[in-house]
Design a protein around this ligand. Structure first.
Ligand code: ZN
Length: 285
């Protein structure tokens, strides 16, 4: 009996110990924010009169956007009739077609993506995303196993900027996305699966490329939607928001695709430095 009793006591002690560890580690985990912020907001309207449906579409951005309709179970084929619309920068237009049996119960779901799929991408050399004279270490390069392993991130580069360091635009262009209201970061799977980081998106009209600067500080954007920025212009402040284990700048160049929206693309930096030649632990300036 004594042995069983001791065994039980040991098990109980272990359970208490493990529970304390579990709750202690939970307390240190940051909760994923419930709120979701968007890079930009659009205000599209639809109107149904007699047998015709009209969609009033207004592009709020200084870049082309591509619009499709999501599936509407009550209005079969409407997404095919609407098709694939590309709006030029700031374009304001109305799309109309006959749809006599239109059922107005469901809300229209718009799928809005950056870019004009017919625009040719012109690759050109860009600057580093930090001020001239500064030197930083690369902590994750192309095809990095940790997080640079999807269609959206495979050619991203992480530079070891610290919280409060200055981020600059790699090329001239227009600000087409800003998120700066998140405050926290996390390292759990939930944070990886839910994008809760602050970032800026810039459209470079002469190349057709988009660039993104991710993990900005809370209120760490120094630009607003629609601003024009020069190559090397200060745009933001590095922080630690979203899924990340250390402060850094995640820099990513992207191009539009029909199937997947903006996907990661290779880029070349000034003085002929190819993004693919940069490796983890390299120092760049
Ligand atoms: Zn990264």
């Amino acid at each position: 009996m004594g042995v069983v009793g001791n065994f039980r006591t040991t098990v109980r002690k272990n359970i208490i110990f493990i529970s304390i560890l579990f709750f202690a580690s939970c307390a240190s985990l940051k909760k994923l924010p419930q709120e979701h912020y968007y890079e930009f907001l659009y205000n599209f309207n639809r109107e149904f009169k007699n047998d015709t449906i009209s969609f009033h579409l207004k592009n709020p951005l200084k870049c082309p956007v591509n619009i499709k309709l999501g599936k509407d179970s009550l209005n079969p084929n409407i997404e095919y009739l609407f098709g694939n619309i590309t709006l030029t920068e700031l374009q304001d237009t109305i799309i109309r077609f006959e749809y006599p049996d239109f059922n107005q119960t469901n809300r229209t779901k718009y799928i809005v993506r950056y870019g004009d799929l017919n625009k040719k991408i012109e690759k050109n050399e860009v600057a580093y995303p930090f001020p001239k004279g500064k030197e930083y270490k690369i902590i994750q390069a192309y095809n990095g196993k940790f997080t640079h392993n999807t269609l959206y991130s495979q050619y991203a580069i992480d530079f070891d900027l610290k919280i409060g360091d200055t981020i600059t635009s790699v090329d001239s262009g227009y600000i087409v996305g800003v998120i700066e209201d998140y405050k926290d970061y996390g390292t759990s799977k939930k944070w990886l699966e839910n994008d809760k980081s602050n970032y800026i998106t810039i459209y470079h009209p002469h190349s057709g490329i988009y660039t993104q600067y991710v993990h900005l500080d809370h209120k760490g954007s120094l630009v607003t939607l629609g601003d024009f920025v020069e190559k090397g212009q200060v745009i933001g402040i590095c922080g630690m928001t979203g899924f990340t284990t250390t402060p850094h700048l995640h820099f990513n160049a992207k191009i539009p695709t029909e199937e997947n929206g903006l996907i990661s693309t290779k880029i070349e930096f000034e003085s002929g430095v190819k993004g693919e030649d940069l490796k983890k632990k390299d120092r760049v300036k």
